[in-house]
Design a protein. Structure first.
Length: 255
């Protein structure tokens, strides 16, 4: 094999793509690789690396309350360090970024679940708003790809479910956080593996062609922390909705 091609293969982002897909399959998720969505800004099809999903069974004798959980994942192999500027989190923005669809009840209503208070988009103190890196375009494209693909599939598939946009990265050991534009101690910053990034996104509906607006919180997770992130962060949130569905069935209602 040509040396340049061999080097390209060994450093390819597709390796990360495959590792993440294999991990999700091992954890029991159904994995679709390289799905295409329509990018209304560029006016052409684009690819999202991974769409992972699984069915949450609320009651084995009554499937009407079952729902699906979707992970929209962009994989990025980064070669340059990244610093995120983080600010106080707005609980209102966090709540508006929790994405669900087609439930018969409001899963964020506090009398139904505690998600309005303890969902990780809401409970974290600081959230990323800006970033600095030589890879700026790659990171920006990763965030917008997860957002655009999620909204496209959410409209087109029209299923009952919860949706999580995630960027999984490798190539660097972690990312830096700069709090409230404080540059006084940059040389002593310690890297972290995970962060939640917030932005507001305007898009054109694939169904109605109307301009819409959506708040997004996107988890930026190092590959080495992905399994832990799913178990410790996502699973408790999913279980809250599942438990509430079981309560509704006992009352003769559906989720």
């Amino acid at each position: 094999m040509d040396k340049k091609l061999k080097e390209l293969i060994l450093k390819s982002g597709n390796n990360l793509h495959t590792e993440v897909a294999d991990l999700l399959k091992k954890l029991g998720w159904d994995v679709e690789i390289s799905n295409y969505y329509y990018d209304d800004t560029a006016d052409k099809p684009r690819e999202i690396d991974i769409v992972a999903s699984r069915v949450e069974t609320v009651n084995y004798s009554n499937s009407s309350s079952d729902f699906k959980v979707f992970l929209f994942i962009e994989c990025k192999y980064l070669t340059e360090e990244v610093a995120f500027r983080i600010y106080d989190n707005s609980k209102e923005n966090g709540r508006s970024a929790i994405l669900s669809h087609n439930f018969s009840v409001d899963i964020l209503e506090e009398t139904n679940t505690a998600l309005a208070h303890n969902h990780h988009y809401v409970s974290i103190d600081k959230i990323g708003k800006l970033f600095d890196s030589k890879n700026n375009n790659e990171i920006f494209n990763a965030f917008t790809s997860t957002a655009k693909s999620l909204m496209f599939f959410k409209e087109r598939r029209n299923v009952k479910g919860m949706f999580y946009p995630i960027v999984v990265y490798d190539g660097i050991p972690g990312i830096y956080e700069i709090k409230d534009n404080d540059f006084s101690d940059l040389d002593n910053l310690k890297s972290k593996e995970t962060l939640v990034f917030h932005f507001n996104y305007s898009y054109r509906s694939a169904i109605s062609n109307q301009l819409k607006h959506q708040s997004f919180c996107i988890d930026f997770v190092h590959k080495s922390k992905l399994e832990e992130f799913i178990h410790k962060i996502l699973e408790p949130e999913i279980k809250q909705v599942n438990k509430f569905g079981g309560f509704l069935i006992m009352k003769g209602r559906n989720l």
